[in-house]
Structure formats: structure tokens, C-alpha cells
Design a protein around this ligand. Structure first.
Ligand code: SF4
Length: 211
């Protein structure tokens, strides 16, 4: 793996890619969403987490993981002893896909198609090159399949490490929204997420724990 780029150089490169993604119309999702929701966090850094797509709150604010699932992720990261400020957070798809809600308030998430995920791949691949993490944590099936292939099953392969051609270790877990959807078993589902995040962090080599 190449030596991590200097912080200023990486931030500048990321700003350039963020600007390009802001004008992307490579699939139809740009048309109804408020705007591109790009990743954010320190660059370079040792841990990058990637979810599926922005939700209603993220679309309105233009920032990833700022809604209920993001707040739950913050808590899970803290419980897994991971410093949230050291993590680069992004999504596999940069525009919010939704069905208009009947009450006119909260728009309901709709899963992106494989073609939409494929069209957006260019952006997270470029983020990955700039962030240069040691470990890429994949939150949920869409992110996991975008990186590890359509046959990947989070239910069977979560918490298993996979080495990508770049040398980055990819490890999948559930999306934090799965905890919010859980009912009686919510505590157990949450504990599983925290445990997987601990596993993800454990793959960061000691030499990169502070970057
Ligand atoms: S979802 Fe991705 S590929 Fe589609 S328009 Fe938005 S940035 Fe471009």
C-alpha cells in the first residue's frame, strides 16, 4: 500500500472530488434529492466506514450520518471505544433515493438498484484512494455488496476480514438502521453492532491507530 499522503494534500484532493461529485448526474437519483451528500472526516485516516445512502436528514443537511441512524452509530462507536472524530464516514450512494411520504413530512428510504450503486462506485473508490484507510467497515448489505460482490451475505459473513487488492481490509456489519428497526431484540442487535465495530477496529495495525 502506498504511504499515506500528507494531510493538506489529501484534504485538497478530497475537496476536488467532492466538487466533482456535487455535479454528478450519472444516474437518475440526483433529480429528486436535494444534493450530493459526500463523505466527511479526517484524511488520511486509518478507519473509513461506509453505509448505503443518505437518509431524509442527511439529504436536508448535506452531511452523512446526521439522522437517527447516525446518532445510534455515534453511540455504538463510543461503546466500541472508537474515536468518532478519527473516522471518515461515507455512503456507497451519494444521493437520497426515496418514495414521497403521504403525510408530506418524512420521505421514506428506498433501496438503490444495482445499477445506481454501480454508477456511484466511482466516488467511493476515489474517496478510498484519498482516505487510504487500513480498514474499511461496511455498514449493511448495499455497502458490503458494492465492495465485496453481489453474493456477499451480511447475515453469514459479518465480522469476517477480506483483503481488497489495494491491501485495505474490508469488514462488514449491519447498518445502524437495522438496530432502529429491531423491536424486542433491539439490545441484542445493538450489542452485535458494537461487537462488530470492535472487530473492525481491531484490524487497524498498531502503527496506524493514531492516524
Ligand atoms: S447517486 Fe451517485 S452516480 Fe447517481 S447522480 Fe448521485 S452521485 Fe451520481
Amino acid at each position: 500500500m502506498p504511504r499515506p499522503a500528507a494531510r493538506g494534500e489529501a484534504s485538497e484532493a478530497l475537496d476536488g472530488v467532492r466538487g466533482e461529485a456535487g455535479a454528478c448526474k450519472d444516474c437518475d437519483l440526483w433529480e429528486h434529492a436535494t444534493g450530493t451528500v459526500f463523505g466527511e472526516g479526517p484524511v488520511p485516516t486509518s478507519l473509513m466506514l461506509m453505509g448505503e445512502q443518505p437518509g431524509d436528514h442527511e439529504d436536508r443537511e448535506g452531511r452523512p450520518f446526521v439522522g437517527p441512524a447516525g446518532r445510534l452509530l455515534d453511540k455504538a462507536l463510543a461503546d466500541a471505544s472508537i474515536d468518532r472524530s478519527s473516522v471518515y464516514l461515507t455512503n456507497a450512494v451519494k444521493h437520497f433515493k426515496f418514495v414521497p411520504a403521504r403525510n408530506g413530512k418524512v420521505r421514506v428510504h428506498k433501496t438503490p438498484t444495482r445499477a445506481e450503486v454501480g454508477a456511484c462506485r466511482q466516488w467511493w473508490e476515489r474517496e478510498l484512494q484519498i482516505v487510504q484507510p487500513a480498514v474499511l467497515g461496511l455498514l449493511g448489505a448495499t455497502a458490503a455488496q458494492a465492495v465485496l460482490g453481489p453474493a456477499f451475505r451480511v447475515s453469514k459473513q459479518r465480522a469476517e476480514p477480506f483483503e481488497l487488492p489495494s491491501g485495505v481490509i474490508a469488514v462488514a456489519t449491519i447498518h445502524p438502521s437495522a438496530v432502529l428497526r429491531a423491536r424486542e431484540e433491539r439490545a441484542e442487535v445493538y450489542a452485535g453492532l458494537v461487537s462488530d465495530l470492535e472487530t473492525i477496529a481491531s484490524h487497524v495495525p498498531a502503527a496506524r491507530r493514531r492516524s
